[in-house]
Design a protein around this ligand. Structure first.
Ligand code: G4P
Length: 286
C-alpha cells in the first residue's frame, strides 16, 4: 500500500461555501489568527488563506502542542518565525501560551491601531477572528477566552445575527464565530495527515487504509513508542500486517473461537493515537 493511493472523496461544494463565508467574515476584522495543529503544521495550513487575506495581518497559533513531538514543534516554530510570520505555541486544553498569543495579536495589530489613532479615531477596538481546519481547537480557544472575558453585543453593521465580540484585551475584540478553513487535499499525504488526526470525517476516506498508513509511519519514525506502548518486539522485517498482528496478540484482541479481531486492533491503534495515549507525534516534517 502506498501513500499515493490514499484518496479523499471531497466535495468542492463544501470548500466554496466555506470560502464565501470566510470572505464575508474577513471584512469585519483587522487581524486573523490561523490556528495550526502542531502534529500537522503543513497539512493544516491552508494555502488559499494568503489570497483571501491580502495585506491583512496574520498571527499563526500552533495548537495541540501537548500532543506533538516537542522537538519537531520547536523546528516548525523556528521555521515559521524565520519566514517572517508572527507565530506562537498554544495548548488550548490547558490555556498554556494563550497570554503570549494575545501579545502576538496586539503586536500584529499595532500598525492598524496606529492608523486609527493618526486619523484621530479614539477607542476603535482592533477586531480579530480565528480561522483553521475543523477540529484544530478553535472553539476550545474561544470558550476559554469567553470564560473570563466580557462578551460585547453584536451591534455592528454587517454582523450576522447572533455573532458576538469578546473583549480579550484592552482594545482587542474577538469574533465569537471561528472561520472554518476547508483543507485542501490534492496531495495524498495531506489527506492522510488530516484523516489520521481527525480533521475530516471518516465517511470520505478508506478508514483501514489510513490506519495501515499510520502504522507504517509509526514503524518508520517512532518504533520505540509502538514497542513500549504495546509491549511488542519489532523486527526489521516486520511489515504493517505483522505489527498489527503483534498488537492484536499483545492486547488480546480476539473474536469468538480465538481468532484475532483485526477490526478491534485498527480501532484501538487509532484511538490511542488520537487521544495521545500512544505518545506525542508529528506527522509533518519541518
Ligand atoms: P474546532 O472548533 O476547531 O473544530 O475544534 P474544537 O475546539 O472543537 O476542538 C476539537 C477537539 O480538540 C476537542 O476535543 C478539544 O478538546 C481538543 N483540543 C483543542 N485544543 C486542544 C489542545 O491544545 N490539546 C489537546 N490535547 N486537545 C485539544 P473533544 O472535545 O474531545 O472532541 P472530539 O475531537 O473528541 O470530538
Amino acid at each position: 500500500m502506498n501513500i499515493k493511493d490514499f484518496k479523499i472523496q471531497w466535495f468542492p461544494g463544501h470548500m466554496t461555501k466555506a470560502k464565501r463565508m470566510m470572505e464575508s467574515q474577513l471584512k469585519l476584522v483587522d487581524v486573523v489568527v490561523e490556528m495550526l495543529d502542531a502534529r500537522i503544521p503543513r497539512s493544516s495550513t491552508n494555502p488559499m488563506l494568503k489570497d483571501l487575506l491580502g495585506v491583512k495581518p496574520k498571527v499563526i497559533a500552533i495548537n495541540k502542542t501537548d500532543m506533538a513531538d516537542s522537538s519537531k514543534t520547536e523546528l516548525w516554530f523556528n521555521k515559521i518565525k524565520n519566514s517572517g510570520h508572527p507565530v506562537c505555541k498554544v495548548d488550548c486544553s490547558t490555556g498554556k501560551g494563550v497570554k503570549q498569543m494575545i501579545a502576538a495579536i496586539e503586536l500584529a495589530a499595532k500598525p492598524v491601531s496606529d492608523k486609527w489613532i493618526k486619523k484621530g479615531v479614539k477607542n476603535r477596538p482592533v477586531r480579530v477572528m480565528i480561522v483553521g481546519i475543523p477540529n484544530v481547537g478553535k472553539s476550545t480557544l474561544i470558550n476559554r477566552l469567553v470564560g473570563k472575558n466580557k462578551v460585547v453585543a453584536a451591534d455592528k453593521p454587517g454582523v450576522t445575527r447572533g455573532q458576538q465580540w469578546i473583549t480579550i484585551a484592552k482594545g482587542l475584540e474577538l469574533l465569537d464565530t471561528p472561520g472554518v478553513l476547508w483543507p485542501k487535499f490534492e496531495d495524498p499525504y495531506v489527506g492522510f495527515a488530516l484523516a489520521a488526526t481527525g480533521a475530516i470525517k471518516e465517511d470520505i476516506f478508506d478508514w483501514e487504509q489510513m490506519v495501515e498508513l499510520l502504522i507504517a509511519f509509526l514503524i518508520e519514525k517512532y518504533p520505540s513508542d509502538l514497542q513500549t506502548k504495546y509491549n511488542i518486539d519489532l523486527e526489521t522485517s516486520d511489515n504493517v500486517g505483522a505489527v498489527l498482528t503483534k498488537i492484536a496478540v499483545s492486547r488480546g484482541c480476539l473474536k469468538a473461537g480465538g481468532r484475532l479481531d483485526m477490526d478491534k486492533v485498527y480501532q484501538l491503534v487509532l484511538r490511542d493515537f488520537r487521544t495521545g495515549r500512544l505518545g506525542r507525534f508529528t506527522l509533518d516534517e519541518p
